[in-house]
Structures are given as structure tokens and as C-alpha cells.
Design a protein around this ligand. Structure first.
Ligand code: 4G3
Length: 256
């Protein structure tokens, strides 16, 4: 059964970016996930096909009206129910939502599907949110011009966790953040690029040494670049081996 992704959006063509390209494009062609878009403009009844209006109370910009959005969501819900998904979740992408992280991505990837609501203009009539939205998610503390980019980031994160998306079943687990730490550095040919050489240990063929070096880079780089993640991960202390790897990393920092 594919992961069923229904999206409420004024700009359905934007989602070609994920259904046609790269890892998510392949997953779409292989029906790892199915994406359906619903345009609220198709659910308007006036001659102008208006989906927005000026805000009560005044102020700049426009607000998305509840009715076209609600009718689009009901159609999306009906389709998910027809596919056997009885209690789907409607997720609104908004800066006010719960911050997306790897744990939330993992949780969402266990669902049979979801409905994503993409806002434009200054936002959406609050009564639509009260009536239809089950969860609010934010991709980070910044604002983009529409919820579409946020929705595509969420879909990409979730789809790559679904078995069958990535060639090697291990590759989703090899990533940064999976263990709460940053990734180690990667190198490929040539051995020497603009006078800069690949670390000797990676050429040694000694896999125990290579594994130890990569673990050291993972711990060291997290300590250096993301002290917040480092604190979280090692709040209850480090093993003797981890301490040793970090001390050695700090020494190598000083000597360059
Ligand atoms: C709703 C989500 C939607 C209200 C959406 C703007 C950033 C995020 C929008 C609003 C968005 C995020 C569309 N920008 N951080 N823009 O997840 O003011």
C-alpha cells in the first residue's frame, strides 16, 4: 500500500519538483507514495473564483477563505476513506506549528498517509483551522511565501523513511541526526584535489580503523559545530571510548 499524500494547494504544479525528480521522483514512479492535489480554486462558486479576501479588523494583505478550503479538505478526506484510511490527519504547515525533527518524521512515516494544507497570503481564516486541522507543523523558525515549499520538505523527509525508497535499506539510517549527531565527512576521487589529499586512513582498507575515525569525526564535528545537539546526546555522560575519541579530536584541532 502506497503512502497516501493529499495536498490542498493553489499551486499544484509546484509538486512536480518532488514527483518528477531524484529519489522522491523514483519513489513516486514506483508507487512508494501517491500524491494527489486539490486546488481550493476549483471549489469556489463565484464568477471570480475568489479564494481570499481582506482581513476583518483591517491591516495589510489577504486571508484565505474557509469555504473553498473546507470543501477541498472534505474531498481529500473522502478519497482517503475510500482507500481504507478512516482517521487521516490534516496537517497545516505554519510557523506556529510543532518544530519538525527526525523523531517527528519517523512518527509520521508510520502513518498510512496524511492531508497537507498549504497556506498563502497572510494566512488562513482561523475557523477553518479549528474545524479541520488536526496538527500544525513548522519546518523551522522562518517564513516562506507559501506552505508548498514546507509541505514538499515534509513529504521528502517522510518518503525517504519508507522502505523501498532508497536503494540501500541501510542508507536512511546512516544519515545525520539519525543518532542525534552530525554526519562524518565524505571523500571520493581523485585522491588529491587542488593539493588537498583524502585522509590516509580512508585509503588503508582497515575497516575497524575507518569506523573508529568516522565515529570520531561524528562526535568531534557535533561538539564543534552543534554544541546544542552535543549536550542533548551526551547529557548523561560519554563512555570512556567516546571521551578518548573527543580528546584526540580536540588535540587534532589545536595542531592545525
Ligand atoms: C500560514 C510554513 C502559512 C501562515 C508556512 C504563512 C513557513 C512555514 C504561511 C503564514 C510558511 C514553516 C506560508 N512559512 N516555518 N508560509 O513551517 O503566515
Amino acid at each position: 500500500m502506497p503512502f497516501e499524500c493529499d495536498v490542498i494547494t493553489l499551486f499544484p504544479e509546484m509538486f512536480n519538483a518532488i514527483t518528477q525528480y531524484g529519489v522522491t521522483g523514483k519513489a513516486s514512479r514506483n508507487t512508494v507514495f501517491q500524491l494527489n492535489t486539490w486546488n481550493p480554486r476549483d471549489f469556489t462558486h463565484d464568477n471570480y473564483r475568489a479564494v481570499d479576501d481582506s482581513p476583518y479588523g483591517g491591516g495589510p494583505g489577504m486571508v484565505m477563505m474557509a469555504q473553498p478550503l473546507e470543501d477541498a479538505i472534505i474531498q481529500a478526506r473522502t478519497r482517503q476513506i475510500a482507500l481504507g484510511i478512516e482517521k487521516t490527519k490534516v496537517i497545516y504547515l505554519t510557523p506556529q506549528g510543532k518544530r519538525l525533527d527526525h523523531a517527528l518524521v519517523k512518527q509520521l512515516s508510520t502513518l498510512p498517509g496524511f492531508i497537507l494544507l498549504c497556506g498563502r497570503y497572510e494566512g488562513i481564516d482561523e475557523r477553518l483551522i479549528m474545524r479541520q486541522v488536526d496538527m500544525e507543523i513548522s519546518i523551522g523558525d522562518y517564513v516562506v511565501s507559501g506552505g508548498e515549499l514546507a509541505a514538499m520538505i515534509l513529504i521528502d523527509c517522510v518518503v525517504r523513511q519508507i522502505p523501498g525508497t532508497l536503494g540501500d535499506p541501510e542508507s536512511a539510517n546512516q544519515d545525520s541526526f539519525v543518532d542525534g549527531l552530525l554526519d562524518y565527512p565524505h571523500f571520493t576521487r581523485p585522491e588529491s584535489y587542488q593539493g588537498s589529499r583524502v585522509p590516509e586512513i580512508l585509503m588503508s582498507g582497515n575497516h575497524a580503523h575507518i569506523h573508529r575515525w568516522r565515529l570520531q569525526q561524528t562526535i568531534g564535528r557535533t561538539w564543534l559545530k552543534r554544541p546544542d545537539l552535543f549536550e542533548l546526546k551526551f547529557a548523561h555522560g560519554m563512555t570512556v571510548e567516546e571521551e578518548k575519541l573527543l580528546e584526540e579530536f580536540k588535540q587534532s584541532c589545536k595542531s592545525r
